[in-house]
Design a binder for this molecule. Structure first.
Ligand code: UDP
Length: 195
């Protein structure tokens, strides 16, 4: 296994292009896949929250180093990590892939006006994507109910922007259900993408 442990988290030591090859292969095989792009805030929070740490260490299929500090820490302990791989970069690349393949995408998170603008930009820039759900991140339902609702739409990809650790907790439910989708928490990406 090509892993590098930094602050208790096993990061996958792949370059961006190696990650992309992995993800394409899993998409081709319709495998349930959970990606965590772990930034320093997530790493710190996981060290304080056992459930969050378990999700990252056991449920996630891939953990990327989303911070130059994590890459530097790997170097300092003589176990270099190939490069920084951010959630935003992966998100826009996945949209590109989904557009090429006419895939079904579910978006959850951010404020109502942000999710509306995100959907509008996808319709304009990635016209072949079928958005099977776009809901804001300020819901009252519990995460199990939300997960079931998402699963019913049979998405190929799910992007959750409801802040950590909730977005990872939501995705872990669907990963445990073996939903055959590419799933990733994307933090503030919808705000950036739509802004
Ligand atoms: N967000 C949300 N529901 C919430 C809290 C946050 O949808 O209850 C969204 C917020 O609007 C933003 C994204 O989650 O688009 C990331 O928020 P923040 O920057 O606070 O997240 P973090 O840095 O914790 O991932």
């Amino acid at each position: 296994m090509n892993k590098v442990k930094v602050l208790g988290i096993d990061f996958d030591n792949y370059s961006l292009s190696e990650f992309k090859n992995e993800f394409i292969s899993r998409l081709n095989n319709h495998l349930s896949t959970m990606i965590v792009t772990a930034n320093p805030e997530i790493v710190m929070a996981a060290n304080q929250d056992h459930e969050f740490m378990e999700i990252i260490q056991r449920d996630a299929d891939y953990v990327t180093a989303d911070g130059i500090g994590i890459v530097l820490a790997g170097k300092m302990q003589n176990t270099p990590i190939a490069e920084r791989v951010t959630g935003y970069d992966l998100f826009t690349w996945f949209l590109h892939v989904a557009n090429l393949r006419g895939m079904k995408v579910y978006l959850i998170g951010a404020k109502p006006e942000v999710i509306t603008a995100t959907e509008a930009r996808i319709a304009q820039d990635y016209p072949n994507i079928k958005v099977v759900g776009a809901q804001d991140g300020y819901f009252k339902d519990d995460l199990n109910t939300v997960a079931q609702k998402i699963e019913l739409t049979k998405p190929d990809m799910v992007f959750a922007a409801i802040g950590f650790p909730r977005q990872e907790k939501l995705i872990a439910i669907m990963r445990r259900d073996n939903l055959p989708a590419m799933m990733m928490g994307v933090g503030g990406s919808f705000d950036v993408f739509s802004g």
